[in-house]
Design a protein around this ligand. Structure first.
Ligand SMILES: [Zn+2]
Ligand SMILES: [Zn+2]
Length: 191
């Protein structure tokens, strides 16, 4: 077992998702009055994220993140406990005020490539089977969490061993998606 801990859901090996997973309920950690958010969609682009803003379970270096359409996301229980963590951030991360878990992060800024999409943490699904992560994003950012730069070689090697190729921004498909959106917006490519 590697001593490099990434996230509890991948540290023992990445388990594949279920092909028929069609969504479910995300629930925070509260025992009393947990917040629940219904996601009526499979998840896309599942990955682990090293940035300082995504919610992570205690002791994890990376967050587990995936993308769903915002119009398939609906708070169903105890939504009064939801707070936007940082209203100035591109991703409006809605967290439980009591336990701190982020239930969903919506991008609503007009004309952004990710507008209409929400970031969720699949580990909080009550139902098993969400698609497994396939890459690691914002890996260098773990240094901003306080990780010594000398550990980065070991962390990237561990991510590769888990078949989570490490990128210091997003992976090529998502970077291409953003660049294509910008090229169309700017008239460089036909819409
Ligand atoms: Zn909570
Ligand atoms: Zn992140």
């Amino acid at each position: 077992m590697s001593e490099v801990k990434i996230h509890p859901l991948v540290d023992d090996g990445v388990m594949p998702g279920a092909a028929d997973f069609a969504g479910g309920a995300l629930r925070c950690l509260c025992v009393e009055r947990p917040v629940e958010v219904q996601v009526s969609s499979p998840v896309a682009h599942a990955h682990v994220c090293g940035c300082t803003k995504c919610w992570k379970p205690e002791g994890a270096l990376f967050a587990l993140v995936a993308i769903v359409p915002s119009d398939r996301v609906q708070a169903t229980h105890n939504a009064d406990k939801l707070r936007v963590v940082d209203p100035a951030a591109l991703i409006e991360r809605h967290a439980c005020a009591d336990c701190g878990v982020h239930l969903y992060g919506a991008v609503e800024k007009p004309s952004h490539p990710f507008t209409g999409l929400s970031f969720v943490h699949p580990e909080r699904f009550v139902q098993p089977g969400a698609a497994a992560p396939t890459f690691a994003a914002f890996v260098s950012s773990v240094i901003e969490q306080g990780v010594h730069p000398e550990r980065m070689g070991g962390i990237r090697a561990r991510l590769r061993a888990l078949r989570l190729p490490p990128y210091d921004c997003l992976n090529p498909p998502l970077m291409d998606y953003i660049a294509t959106f910008m090229a169309k917006t700017n008239g460089v490519l036909p819409v």
